[in-house]
Design a protein around this ligand. Structure first.
Ligand code: ADP
Ligand code: MG
Length: 451
């Protein structure tokens, strides 16, 4: 708009541009409504200039359709502020904003996970830089981008930041965010309602994922043990990659650690760039909480923030959780947030659960709950009544103690660490899919703490 103004004499600008507007934007065309045939003829002369500016503002490639129609003039309403912002451009900008909102909803992204709210430090600098580069030129340089880290360290956040940035800057690109579980669920649905012609997946499912310009799949580790999901991801991956579309994957481990996946799949995952995010140091944890405090204008001192940051060193999700807990408790009890108050509040949860849960307590609780013996759980029998408890033990030992996988394997009768990993994954998956298992695990946890 400023550009156009520069290129045109004020007379031409005021006479012809100020009284036009844009209407009925579709994906590929836009109507330019002029108040008279005379205006229309004159505007046509500037077609390529308008075209260029329109494409720039609306971030697309629109065919312009000129027509005569009723246009309310800003100048006529005495609206001086927008007098230099003719209806053509305000309506264009509005539709660009609208597209962004619509795209965000359709993409499955959460707007709040963006680059601005992502604090960087030495633990995530590389991931941040690469993510930023991908958002600038998707599909060009780093493809696929594979991000891995432990839980709560910002994978989902940085991945969604890429998507949100692309939607904002390039609204004509189709961004699709999904978790591997959601992908699986949609795939299962598609298979169930699959048409005769298409044996495995309905067109709608394929269309959604294969027409993406940017595909973001979060927590890819959950495809382990799901054959049809792996197959579909493999083909989706190839189709998109071949077409130069951007793919971003996150996971709790690097590609080469997927021992239970086929080589052809893991080698695809690692064929672009792989970056990790490490745990944040004290300085970074402090910076994250301060930023949050300043943004929300919470009344909480640097001293208290320092205390929380020092206490909670596991991950950012827990750090934020502890911060929130202190704020909420103080509000509920109408108390000032002192270091003492904070220590007392966090005292109930912070003493790291990893140090208090003894691996033996887990073994005892699992055996007691399922009424099986230690010999059974450590033994070789592979009936369902034994296998599930055994895998639950793997899951809990991995989740609740700092015990290395190899040591867990030892505890369970000399099993391989990959077996432990696989068993734990299996239960993680079942917890989400089978309410029964979820309930069992919850009960066992209670049992652990009550024994
Ligand atoms: P992951 O997907 O690795 O489990 P998330 O992306 O869900 O972790 O992050 C957990 C929480 O921590 C989210 O609320 C996220 O916004 C926040 N978070 C993570 N990393 C950062 C960061 N670098 N700066 C600010 N907030 C962060
Ligand atoms: Mg996540």
């Amino acid at each position: 708009m400023a550009e156009m103004n520069l290129c045109l004499t004020e007379y031409v600008y005021k006479t012809w541009f100020q009284s036009t507007k844009a209407e009925n934007p579709t994906e590929s065309s836009l109507e330019i409504v002029c108040p008279s045939k005379l205006a229309l003829d004159n505007l046509q002369k500037y077609r390529s200039l308008i075209q260029e500016s329109v494409n720039k503002i609306a971030q697309g490639n629109y065919e312009l359709l000129f027509k005569v129609g009723k246009v309310e003039s800003n100048a006529a309403r005495g609206d001086t502020k927008s007098a230099m912002n003719p209806p053509l451009f305000t309506s264009l900008q509005k539709s660009a904003n609208k597209t962004t909102k619509l795209n965000t909803r359709e993409s499955g992204l959460t707007p709040h996970f963006n680059f601005e709210s992502f604090v960087t430090g030495s633990n995530n600098q590389l991931a941040y830089s690469v993510a930023w580069a991908v958002a600038q030129s998707p599909g060009k340089q780093y493809n696929p981008l594979f991000i891995y880290s432990g839980v709560g360290l910002g994978k989902t956040h940085i991945m969604q930041a890429i998507g949100n940035k692309i939607i904002q800057d390039k609204p004509n690109l189709k961004v699709v965010y999904t978790t591997s579980e959601q992908f699986t669920n949609e795939l299962v649905e598609a298979i169930q309602s699959g048409t005769r012609n298409n044996k495995y997946t309905s067109n709608k499912f394929r269309k959604k994922f294969r027409e993406a310009d940017v595909l973001l799949i979060d927590d890819i580790q959950f495809i382990v043990g799901r054959e049809s999901t792996q197959e579909e991801i493999f083909h989706t991956f190839n189709a998109l990659h071949l077409a130069g579309k951007q793919i971003v994957l996150t996971s709790d481990r690097p590609p080469q650690d997927f021992v239970d996946l086929e080589e052809r799949i893991t080698s695809r995952f690692g064929s672009g760039i792989t970056v990790d995010i490490q745990k944040p140091d004290l300085e970074m944890r402090t910076a994250i909480l301060r930023k949050r405090r300043d943004e929300n204008q919470d009344s909480i001192s640097n001293e208290v923030i320092g205390f929380i940051a020092e206490k909670v060193d596991t991950n950012i999700r827990e750090l934020e959780g502890a911060y929130l807990q202190v704020l909420l408790e103080a509000r509920a009890k109408q108390e000032n947030i002192t270091v003492d108050f904070t220590a007392e509040t966090l005292g109930q949860r912070v003493p790291d659960k990893r140090t208090i849960v003894n691996p033996n307590a887990i073994m005892n609780a699992v055996c007691k709950y399922f009424s099986i013996s230690k010999t059974d759980i450590k033994g070789r029998r592979r009936t369902k009544e034994i296998v599930v408890p055994r895998q639950i033990a793997m899951y809990l030992l991995k989740d609740m103690t700092g015990t290395p996988l190899i040591a867990i394997g030892e505890l369970l009768g000399g099993r391989d660490h990959t077996t432990v990993m696989h068993g734990a994954d299996k239960i993680g998956q079942k917890i989400r899919e089978e309410p029964r298992v979820e309930q069992d695990v919850r009960n066992i946890k209670q049992l652990i703490f009550s024994m």
